[in-house]
Design a protein around this ligand. Structure first.
Ligand SMILES: *Cc1c(COP(=O)(O)O)cnc(C)c1O
Length: 433
């Protein structure tokens, strides 16, 4: 009885340190905004303040400069940013948008907000982003755009998918929520498609509580996204906008406080990434040679920024032990992170269930009560639709966050001891599958 899952003492019970990136700089910046008395300066009208106050503008300028983009537009979440992006490129009812089944749900659901139909393509078995051949096979004469995701911090196959998009007259929206600072060659993730969107929610590399940043080099798309962010319908007349396609405004504005925090956080990004990448190399060295554990190759010529550190399970090399049983045994050895006790141990079997299995797709019920726009979708939205993602999710992929910058080497050593301990005792892991 050596394994914690069988009742023995775990490797560690003391929680891992909290992942906190907020410090004195952010406190000072917030306090200055508070002292100014102006927490937001946006006006939802054709007016000087249509584009927000000084902190909003300074933050946007900083992001545009950091990523070498013509325009940065701040919004209150990545989700809102995706809505802006699809609205700006003119997506509407009758259109199809190709999306990934392996992502946070917003990446796949965003076309629905404009009445368009999400069409799922499968993912790459080694890099987990949308697979170019599968995307090509999903294109029809109704396809208007592709929402690509830089999943887990690795850029999508930009050469393959952008070429395909160009040949078929499609727009590419890049969901770069998990990849600020990732590179494809020397081009930053977030600038690889027509529009890129980052997230600034707590779980991401850097954050301001909730928030999002959109990047684009296209002046017209930038203007349309600024309009959708801030009550387009009331602004178009004054601004002289004649094409009213999707000029239905929301309120997706970021406040002065969040903007001030986001600007401080952006300055910390490079140091935080460096710590994360160093931890990943340390972890990969420790994991190499453990039976069953495969470290997937990083896409050639890219810089991966490890939102999560993904591993693959080789059931055969582990005497037929199922991944889920292995992961359960490792989790039993380890503690949660401080401030995140309800999230449990930062190790999980699979990522999210393939998104086409969500009730909304299975029941074809999205906008209103008549199934619009899913009822006449050509896709089954049923198990078997994307075999690669299903195999990864059910049998192969597992991911952890023991590479967070808050983890010291001794913390990581504890996490790695748990992997080693279970790998050395594979035959005593209880088999439930
Ligand atoms: C976090 C995340 C989102 C959503 O970001 P919000 O800012 O919370 O709206 C979308 N896509 C991916 C890939 C994400 O990781």
């Amino acid at each position: 009885m050596t394994l914690a899952i069988n009742g023995a003492a775990p490797v560690r019970t003391r929680p891992f340190p909290a992942h906190v990136t907020i410090g004195e700089e952010e406190k000072r910046a917030v306090s200055q905004v508070m002292d100014s008395g102006v927490l937001s300066r946006f006006l939802g009208a054709y007016h000087e303040d249509f584009l927000g106050g000084p902190e909003v503008r300074a933050n946007e300028a900083a992001w545009a400069q950091r990523f070498g983009s013509q325009h940065a537009i701040s919004v209150n979440s990545n989700t809102s940013g995706l809505y802006c992006a699809l609205g700006a490129v003119g997506i509407g009812p009758g259109d199809e948008v190709i999306v990934s089944p392996y992502s946070m749900s917003a990446s796949a659901v965003c076309p629905l907000v404009w009445g368009a139909t999400p069409i799922f393509a499968d993912v790459e078995t080694e890099h987990f982003c949308l697979d170019t051949a599968s995307v090509a096979a999903a294109i029809t004469d109704r396809t208007k755009a592709i929402v690509v995701v830089d999943l887990f911090g690795q850029p999508y196959d930009a050469d393959g998918i952008n070429t395909l998009a160009r040949e078929n007259g499609l727009r590419v929206i890049e969901d770069a929520a998990q990849a600020p600072g990732a590179l494809y060659g020397n081009r930053p993730a977030g600038t690889l498609g027509d529009i890129g969107v980052f997230s600034l929610n707590y779980h991401k590399h850097i954050h301001c509580g909730e928030g999002g940043i959109i990047l684009t080099d296209d002046d017209e798309l930038a203007e349309r996204m600024q309009l959708i962010r801030n009550h387009a319908e009331s602004v178009v007349a004054g601004k002289g906008i004649s094409d009213l396609t999707n000029m239905i405004g929301f309120n997706f504005r970021m406040t002065e406080i969040e903007s001030a925090i986001a600007r401080c956080q952006l300055e910390k990004l490079d140091a935080l990434l460096e710590a994360r990448l160093e931890n990943v190399s340390y972890i990969e060295e420790k994991l190499s040679g453990l039976p069953g554990i495969v470290v997937p190759a990083v896409r050639h010529g890219t810089r991966h920024v490890y939102y999560q550190h993904v591993l693959l399970w080789d059931t055969e090399a582990a005497d037929g032990l199922h991944r889920d049983d292995f992961v359960a045994a490792v989790k039993a050895e380890l503690p949660h992170n401080e401030l995140r006790e309800n999230e449990g141990v930062k190790l999980a079997a699979g990522y999210v269930k393939p998104l086409y299995l969500l009730p909304m797709f299975a029941q074809r019920m999205a906008m209103g009560r008549n199934g619009f726009p899913l009822s006449d979708s050509p896709q089954t939205y049923a198990a078997g639709l994307c075999p690669a993602v299903e195999r990864l999710h059910e049998e192969q992929l597992f991911a952890h966050e023991f590479m967070l910058p808050s983890m010291s080497k001794p913390d990581i050593d504890d996490a790695m001891r748990a992997f080693e301990k279970v790998c050395e005792n594979l035959s005593s892991v209880p088999r439930t599958k």
